[in-house]
Write a protein that binds this ligand. Structure first.
Ligand SMILES: CC(C)(COP(=O)(O)OP(=O)(O)OC[C@H]1O[C@@H](n2cnc3c(N)ncnc32)[C@H](O)[C@@H]1OP(=O)(O)O)[C@@H](O)C(=O)NCCC(=O)NCCS
Length: 191
């Protein structure tokens, strides 16, 4: 009598990768635009409320790569770009705030959420800011972006202010929350 050993079902563990890029291949640009489009349609991605179209998105990202104060981070799941974030350094004339950077335009496409990509992007952005000698990371978020708010608060960001008329989405005025985190050289961050 022969017996067959049953194999346990294989579980796919997604491979996450985050990098700061200075150029994008045509395939990467296409994936980034697709992810951005999907995030905007879902209700959150940059300031766009309606997708501006593929050409405008391509021009936008090519433009971001040219801005000296901006670092573009992209997040991949199994090699495909599914999210991005930007780190914005103060302009040279802003000597009084040359200790602080701003985290902006973070999103993960709806089809890639819940796998830890946003948290990894945030960690990489903090690493880069810390390594560049910045001591404060600022960010702001619409009151309706609950997943992002939970993420930032879980990573030690302190809400220091509210803007009562921060954004207008589909005719409705919504609040914005302002957060900051102190970055320490040794990685033991606080607020
Ligand atoms: C916010 C966003 C980037 C999170 O992306 P993600 O890759 O799914 O997030 P992660 O899987 O890395 O989750 C990290 C943490 O975020 C929080 N989070 C994620 N999804 C959440 C949800 N649906 N509800 C509540 N908290 C959530 C949790 O704290 C989570 O940690 P945990 O998995 O240990 O519980 C994504 O939902 C998004 O793009 N939203 C729309 C755009 C946006 O809000 N951008 C931020 C603008 S400042």
């Amino acid at each position: 009598m022969s017996s067959t050993l049953q194999q346990p079902p294989s579980v796919h563990v997604p491979k996450l990768h985050v990098e700061c890029v200075t150029a994008l291949s045509a395939d990467d640009l296409a994936a980034l635009c697709e992810a951005t489009n999907a995030a905007i349609l879902d209700g959150g991605g940059f300031g766009w409320i309606t997708p501006p179209g593929r050409q405008a998105l391509e021009r936008y990202f090519k433009g971001v790569l040219l801005v000296p104060e901006r670092d573009l981070f992209i997040g991949r799941v199994d090699g495909v770009i599914t999210g991005s974030a930007q780190l914005v350094r103060p302009s040279r004339n802003n000597e009084a705030q040359n200790h602080a950077v701003t985290f902006m335009h973070s999103f993960v496409a709806p089809y890639a959420r819940g796998q830890g990509l946003a948290r990894l992007m945030m960690e990489r952005v903090e690493d880069k800011a810390r390594a560049a000698g910045f001591r404060v990371l600022n960010l702001d978020v619409r009151e309706t972006q609950q997943a992002a708010i939970t993420l930032y608060e879980s990573m030690g960001y302190t809400r220091w202010g509210e803007h009562p008329a921060y954004a207008r989405v589909k005719g409705k005025i919504i609040r914005g929350f302002f957060y900051m985190k102190t970055l320490q050289r040794d990685g033991a961050d606080g607020h």
